[in-house]
Design a protein around this ligand. Sequence first.
Ligand SMILES: C[S@@+](CC[C@H](N)C(=O)[O-])C[C@H]1O[C@@H](n2cnc3c(N)ncnc32)[C@H](O)[C@@H]1O
Length: 121
Amino acid sequence: MKLQLWITGKNHYCQLRQWVARWEEHVTAQPQHDQWAAWLFQRRHGGDPELLRHHLEALAPTRDQVIANAALAPGHTVLDVGCGDGLIAFAAAEAVGLTGKVIFSDVSSELLERCRKLAAI
Ligand SMILES: C[S@@+](CC[C@H](N)C(=O)[O-])C[C@H]1O[C@@H](n2cnc3c(N)ncnc32)[C@H](O)[C@@H]1O
């Protein structure tokens, strides 16, 4: 939706109020993210997929070090509290294999839903 603001002469207050009303309608029609989902989905890379790829590549050594430090083995059970979009949890799932289990836990239902979708790919 394209929003335009016209302010002309004596009716400008009225037009401003109408514009605000249209803006509120526009904003409430958008999907709202909780603050952590908004950060992981959008804000940390400014909506730029190339920057997101760069971030994920930069995080990979840290992720691998976390997994190595946990000394995971096939069959282990892992609880990732604050799993976000699964950076650590999906790597843990590879380490524990089909006989193991990873429990994804997060305060954000949106992020858990994202993890469910990623797991299904
Ligand atoms: C900095 S992000 C890290 C996400 C992920 N672990 C990673 O390394 O990419 C912090 C995560 O913790 C979650 N979180 C914050 N407070 C929480 C709480 N009280 N219980 C569970 N998760 C929480 C947020 O929703 C967010 O996904």
